[in-house]
Design a binder for this molecule. Structure first.
Ligand code: 5GP
Length: 111
């Protein structure tokens, strides 16, 4: 069971900012920006590489939830939504997650 599955199950605490049947959003424990929130599907999908057609609605919902949370957080000047996938993508936690980053100007390209 991944650390995020334990957060969904309330086995470990997290600062949850949004929840519905499909998604959970909570603050990153080691924030890389003034606002750093993780939006995850409740279904235990490991990474983008593991998505199937049946995940389309859940992925769409996660993106909509990120937009809702960004508004909630007052990120009116913009923000970034990032998914790291696999070893080369820099993914550490094996449960698909969207990083919502905001509150500062982002640089490009990412490292
Ligand atoms: P990744 O590198 O897999 O794309 O991102 C994993 C993210 O999860 C990191 O930004 C890391 O700080 C965050 N993280 C890891 N463990 C925990 C945890 O137990 N609680 C919370 N809230 N965030 C975590």
């Amino acid at each position: 069971m991944s650390i995020f599955a334990k957060i969904i199950a309330r086995e470990i605490p997290a600062d949850i900012v949004f929840e519905d049947d499909v998604c959970l959003a909570f603050r990153d424990i080691a924030p890389k920006a003034p606002v750093h929130i993780l939006v995850i599907p409740k279904k235990p999908i490991v990474s983008l590489a593991d998505l199937t057609e049946e995940d389309q609605a859940a992925m769409g919902r996660c993106v909509v939830v990120a937009s809702i949370v960004a508004k909630q957080e007052g990120l009116d000047n913009g923000y970034r939504l990032v998914v790291n996938s696999g070893a080369d993508g820099g993914q550490e936690v094996p449960h698909l997650h969207f990083h919502l980053l905001g509150g500062r100007k982002m640089s490009w390209p990412p490292g």
